[in-house]
Design a protein around this ligand. Sequence first.
Ligand code: NAP
Length: 237
Amino acid sequence: MGQNVLITGTGRKQALGYNLVLRYLEQGDTVFAGVRKPSGALDALQAEYPETLHILTMDIGSTTSVEAAIQTVAAEVPCVDLLINNAVMVSPDYDKTLEQANLDYIAGVVDVDAVGPLRVVKAMLPLLRKSKAALIVNISSEAGSIGRCYRTNMIDYGMAKAALNMATMVLRNTFRDEENLNAICIQPGWMRTNDGNAAAPLIPYDHAELLRLLFEERRRDKEGDAFITYEGEAYPW
Ligand SMILES: NC(=O)c1ccc[n+]([C@@H]2O[C@H](COP(=O)([O-])OP(=O)(O)OC[C@H]3O[C@@H](n4cnc5c(N)ncnc54)[C@H](OP(=O)(O)O)[C@@H]3O)[C@@H](O)[C@H]2O)c1
């Protein structure tokens, strides 16, 4: 029997979340695919995997929405073995520098991209704790590395991903004495997830399989590096 997987932000066919959903379904796993609005791509996939794909309406910016969604998961399965916090948003001023950007956008981005994953983890704790070996993967970015920061733009995104990295360490500390619970964050590399990323080297469908295998390898590794690249190397915080 396969594992139970929940992935957030999965409605776009070209993006990472959808391709992770597809890879886990191909393995025979049961997948809860989070979306904040209906997705034609996921509806089509459900026709192929009617038993194992559950589409889950969940806005990670809303505690009420997250709690309601996780209640429906708990009605379907006794545990969740893998949570991938993949959803992300940026503000319209994402590309702007300090002088140009409206700084009042930043808190909203941090609320979705860093607090959102913690909302999902908190609501799912009973389900994760019932797994024999649960892993939480927070999809971060090189933009969240303080040590490697070179940009003067992407202030909202960079701050949000740095906060997500901190949240990952808090989770690791929280689960220190729980053998069956682990958390990592990952710098997934530059992927061709939308038309603006056409020059990116990594193809989401191929890359999703590489990430799936990496997550399996790191599932029980509580002592190793917590912020890693898609090649499994440590990345600077
Ligand atoms: N693409 C890259 O090269 C790259 C590089 C480094 C890191 N990453 C990270 O990898 C992950 C996937 O990237 P991507 O490019 O595939 O992302 P993407 O195409 O921007 O997709 C993000 C998804 O998150 C969803 N989302 C946004 N706000 C949400 C909310 N409040 N509640 C629930 N879902 C929400 C979006 O939903 P809608 O469809 O409804 O808008 C969208 O489907 C992200 O965490 C990103 O930061 C990507």
